[in-house]
Design a binder for this molecule. Sequence first.
Ligand code: HEM
Length: 387
Amino acid sequence: MDGPIVRIVPDELHIQDSSFYDTLFPKAGRVDKYDWMANRFSSDLAAFTTPSAHVHMIRRKALNPFFSRQRILEFEHVVREKVDILIEHIDQYRKTAQPFTLSRGFMALGGDVIMQYCFSLNYNHLNSKDFETTFHEPFVAISAAGLLSLQFPIIPKILLSLPESLIEKMEPAYALLFRLQSDMRKQISKLLESPKGSSSASAEESKNPSVFSELINDPELPPSEIKLRRLQDEAQVVVAAGITTVGWALSVGAFHIINQPEIYGRLRRELESAIPDPDQELSWSDLEKLPYLTGCIKEAIRLSYPVASRNPRLLSKPLVYKDWVIPPRTPVSMTIADISDDEEIFTEHDKFKPERWIGYPKARDGSPLDRYFVCFQKGTRSCVGTK
Ligand code: HEM
């Protein structure tokens, strides 16, 4: 097994060449996913799992407005409220000199923010004792089951036919997942039953309408797309995709910053000079202009390896790679970690080096380093939650 192209399973090729990423994940044109992989998380009707580029486009178009920069900025005050709760708890641990697991705090934060945004529901994981309750365990259990389901697609079907109480005994982490699914079902059913154009009672309670209360009223979505099962799949994927990625990136970033006094000191100095009065908050629009903070965020995401699996794509046109021409619709994959770990691009790739992102850095091949920041993937099927 040598060279940049490897046939990793009988019908799939894998390419290891960072400069080819933009070609396999283009910004336009028909890019299908591999249908063999669609149902491994038992949510085959979500935009993320949809194999067909055409159906994906319909689903993605409906999701995009909720994740625009403007919409996220309007929600900033809620994120701050939740962050303040986390900080209060950390302060208590500090005062009482009690150890605690910071990564659990970040998972709780991610869960509370995303459930509030998507459903106007407050799961209040941030106030569970020692952040005991988070979505971390159920989503890890789903990911592990997903690997098995990929090879044995019968498994999710069998699991889904068993009583929930039995599955909970086999894997207790599923208890929280079932609660989440049941809440989503109830919430979506309530929204579906409410007259078109009106928002649900729970959405009214919130200062912000929720993603799903609006999605259901999207006039451009065909009726077949506004069905309970389909919306439940979408909700589960949005929640799963957002919580563990963000929670883990924050944990990895905090680990490196806390353990390296030089990095901690430089970040602190940048923040202190930008926020001379700690009672005067700086908005996200101002924070994102701070170069060292931005470098820390990018390194945290790069080194958290958010999506570690390979990502096969099927393109409708022949793919030309060096001397090879790959026939249309051949599943071809690349893996984000291969690019994030490419020593030719990120020297000392395993080191947390925020300064590598400062200024307008270039990779050795002369392209902007940002070209190789592929943690959100690229092109038509890249992450919807980048803002
Ligand atoms: C550090 C943060 C995050 C990273 C690094 C990340 C990374 C990714 C990647 C690599 C994909 C493509 C996966 C694939 O196709 O196999 C993806 C898709 C997706 N992400 Fe994220 N994500 C992050 C945060 C979020 C957040 C906060 C949300 C929403 C609350 C979100 C929602 C989604 C959705 C819905 C998709 C599917 C998009 C589609 O197929 O059109 N992600 N993400």
